[in-house]
Design a protein around this ligand. Structure first.
Ligand code: IMP
Length: 436
């Protein structure tokens, strides 16, 4: 076992940043393969909290190579701002350890303008996007009208592409939506210093990965968002615009699928969702507020309150099936302490039947009724637990039920934001996960 893919098994915000940070010592390189600065990965180390959006979470570890794969959409100005924040913390961000694929598509101001304008125009039927321009950038990629990181090395071409792109975008922005048109020359001028700064970081990421592997190195693929926000398999249209499933680690980084050896699905001990879309186990009353407050469930990128609900084994079962999850990393189990009972949704009632997987019709998920199993809660503070037997029996039972309902072992359990607040049940990442 060598290369590991980390994915979010719910609707994002599962705590992937902490898991990547914890496992980083075991690998030589960390690569992002999809999404953009809609992602917000929070990592707490030594009393400091780092909020990463585009730069892989492995950057907090010395000597780890961090790569931004071709499947990522990269806002070059945002990337520079993130670099500045990390440099101010004294981190080493030399081009020998931080690399950007030349094939990444660039998120530019017109993408953000369109994202926000379209959301506003949707009125009560919003997707609830992060407003970062992610969807419009992936649209341009699919339309073969995108601007890529390699274009920063050819300013004549970049200029021509931006002028062309703005003819169409301005027709939409100003003509259709009544917004201010954007000036291509201003944008081109703004990109000059950014292009100069990023030039040393541009690389052939696929080639870098094969070089790392040839030297015996191990790679971790850091997913963003979650499986149920996947453009194909998520709760369409309330999804993000990239494939978040583990299989996209291959296409989005430029590595063969046979080089993905183990998939860890990160899942919170409850469920959260930001933005619109059906959420069968959502708790709109006091218990939801308790979890929201205790779990400080606010979006890293937008600061929006996250909707909270019970753990949903249907959602996790589907993530396990779609991604071949070998083991779950269960996060925020400590947040559930203090509740008299905890619930797990085991299946859905849907049009007179019980179903173990989400329905496929667009409005199907909004129709289901969750079928719950209620388990006794626990009152103990879990934050100092380090081995499984440190957890109270009720918490151990909760974990065991999740394993039984999904058929996937829980390899590690996070009981607090810091690195050390973790129960490792599967100590050697390169051996087989524990049996259920
Ligand atoms: P977009 O990715 O900004 O287009 O937003 C589409 C949907 O994905 C919205 O519901 C967002 O709230 C959600 N989303 C995007 N990125 C994240 C994330 O990192 N965590 C949780 N939800 C996200």
């Amino acid at each position: 076992m060598s290369n590991i893919v980390i994915i979010g098994a719910q609707w994002g915000d599962e705590g992937k940043g902490k898991i990547v940070d914890m496992l980083a010592p075991d690998v030589d390189a960390v690569v992002r393969f999809q999404g953009g600065h809609n992602a917000g990965h929070t990592v707490s180390v030594g009393g400091r909290t780092y909020k990463l959006k585009l730069i892989p979470s492995g950057i907090l570890h010395k000597n780890k190579i961090c790569l931004v794969g071709n499947g990522v959409v990269l806002d070059p100005r945002e990337f520079c701002a993130e670099m500045d924040a990390l440099l101010a913390e004294g981190l080493d961000l030399g081009p020998e350890r931080l690399k950007i694929s030349r094939k990444c598509h660039l998120v530019l101001p017109y993408h953000q303008a369109l994202d926000r304008t379209r959301e506003a125009a949707r009125g009560g039927d919003k997707i609830g996007t992060t407003g970062r321009g992610i969807g419009p950038c992936y649209e341009d990629k699919a339309a073969r009208a995108g601007i890529r990181a390699c274009d920063l090395e050819d300013f004549d071409l970049l200029g021509r592409k931006i002028r062309d792109a703005l003819k169409e975008k301005n027709a939409l922005l100003a003509g259709l939506y009544g917004q201010k048109a954007l000036d291509p020359e201003t944008l081109i001028e703004e990109l000059k210093p950014v292009a100069a700064r990023l030039a040393p970081y541009l690389a052939d990421v696929s080639e870098e990965l094969s070089r790392i592997e040839a030297g015996g190195g191990r790679i971790m693929f850091e997913g963003a968002q979650g499986v149920h926000l996947d453009i194909d398999h998520g709760t369409y249209p309330y999804v993000t615009s990239s494939n978040t499933v583990a299989g996209n680690a291959a296409a989005g980084a430029g590595i063969a699928p046979s080089r993905l050896h183990r998939v860890i699905g990160v899942a919170k001990a409850y469920t959260t969702r930001v933005g619109s879309g059906a959420f069968p186990t959502e708790l709109t009353g006091e218990t939801g507020q308790y979890i929201q407050k205790k779990g400080t469930e606010f979006g890293t990128v937008t600061g929006r309150k996250r909707r909270c609900g019970w753990l949903d084994a249907v959602v996790l079962r589907e993530s396990a099936r779609l991604c071949g999850v070998n083991d779950f990393a269960l996060t925020k189990l400590d947040v559930l302490s203090g509740l008299p009972e905890v619930k797990i949704c085991t299946e859905y009632a849907y049009r007179g039947r019980r179903i173990p997987y989400p329905p496929q019709a667009e409005k199907g998920l909004a129709e289901v009724e969750p079928v719950y199993e209620s388990l006794p809660g626990w009152q103990e503070d879990l934050s100092s637990a380090r081995v499984f037997s440190d957890l109270p029996e009720a918490a151990r039972n909760f974990v065991a039920r999740l394993e039984a309902l999904t058929g996937v072992p829980v390899g590690m359990i996070s009981v607090g934001a810091n690195r050390e607040q973790t129960v490792m049940r599967c100590l050697n990442l390169h051996s087989a996960p524990p049996a259920v």
